[in-house]
Design a protein around this ligand. Structure first.
Ligand code: DAH
Length: 339
């Protein structure tokens, strides 16, 4: 029996050492230590031995069992460690690899110019007011001295939600809304989207943006209007910019004017930008009509004010020398990406 023990010891050690995966080690464990394993069958044969031999052989088999258990445990943990190492290696992250580029967005040209205008007016003590885009006919027209049937309505055809509710054609309705809730002094600008049922072309869009301005206080005159808007023109187009006021008509201002700036490309000499005129129209303005002040709950005998309306698209097109307004809406990255 001694030889059998020696043979098993040698073979088991050899097999365990050459096992290459934990599963094969497990097979060997069953083969040697399992219920029908070789060690168990050795123990079963003990009965055939003489009483003197039994304890000696028993001890020998037990120590063989302990030895094989030890070898199996060691081999198993060695193989598990190798497997883990291989897994870690295969999952390594190369931190020196270049990352995926992150494309940073930037402001749309309309926002660039709008933010500039806001900044200029905030610097002059104005605050910024918001108004609804879905507006009552009353605020969009009636309160601005444009009653039903007035010819000024023809040039501002829009989209109607109901008979008396429409998409506003101008930011001017904010004037009356602000006056209704604020007593003078009032100094506000109100930028926003406006709508007209116009077909799209190089200079028209059914949706565009205006910036309204309103100043109401005691003793406000046309020279305040001129001074503030000259300051705006200089900030937008340079210190040597001049403005000129041309008489015009708006139902909600009296007197009314359009304001031109000296062409910032040719400084008045004439060029394609200003269509050889030397001047470029940038806004409509005037002294707030007494009826409009009254509609806003302000006494025209005590207060006076001026108002103006700027087209943001027009301003932006001049600012960047664009000849087609559609560029501003098409979101073509070849264009948008240039700003
Ligand atoms: N709302 C006018 C328009 O859309 C622009 C305008 C003109 C606004 C004169 C004003 C103003 O406040 O005083 O054509």
């Amino acid at each position: 029996m001694n030889e059998t023990i020696e043979a098993i010891r040698k073979a088991a050690a050899e097999r365990i050492r050459s096992a290459e995966v934990p599963a094969s080690v497990e097979e060997l464990r069953v083969r040697y230590l399992g219920k029908k394993g070789e060690i168990t069958s050795l123990l079963k044969q003990m009965g055939k031995l003489s009483p003197e031999e039994r304890p000696v052989m028993g001890q020998a088999v037990n120590s063989l069992r302990a030895e094989i258990e030890g070898l199996i445990e060691d081999r198993k943990s060695a193989l598990l460690a190798i497997e883990k190492e291989a897994k870690l290696l295969s999952e390594t992250v190369d931190v020196t690899m270049p990352g995926k580029p992150v494309n940073l967005g930037h402001k749309h040209p309309l926002s660039i110019v709008l933010d500039e205008v806001k900044d200029i007016f905030l610097g002059m003590g104005f605050t910024i007011e918001d108004g609804p885009e879905v507006e009552y006919d009353y605020y969009n027209f009636e309160a601005l001295n444009i009653p039903k049937g007035h010819p000024a309505r023809d040039t501002q055809d829009t989209f109607y939600i109901e008979d008396n509710i429409l998409l506003r054609t101008q930011t001017s309705p904010v004037q009356v809304r602000v006056m209704e809730k604020t007593q003078p002094p009032i100094r506000i600008i109100s930028p926003g989207r406006v709508y007209r049922s116009d077909a799209v072309d190089a200079t028209h869009s059914p949706i565009f943006h205006q910036i309204e301005g309103l100043v109401v206080d005691k003793g406000i005159t046309m020279s305040d209007l001129k001074g503030n808007l000259l300051a705006l023109a200089k900030r937008l187009y340079g210190e040597d910019t001049r403005i000129r006021l041309r008489p015009h008509h708006f139902p909600f201002t009296e007197p009314s004017c359009e304001i031109d700036v000296s062409c910032f490309k040719c400084h008045g000499a004439g060029c394609p930008m200003c269509k050889d005129e030397g001047w470029i129209e940038i806004l409509g303005a005037g002294m707030v009509h007494p009826k409009v002040l009254k509609n806003g709950g302000i006494d025209p005998e005590v207060y006076s004010g001026y108002a103006f309306g700027l087209g943001l698209e027009r301003l932006t097109m001049f600012r960047f020398g664009l000849d087609d307004m559609r560029l501003l809406y098409e979101n073509d990255m070849r264009f948008i990406g240039q700003f």
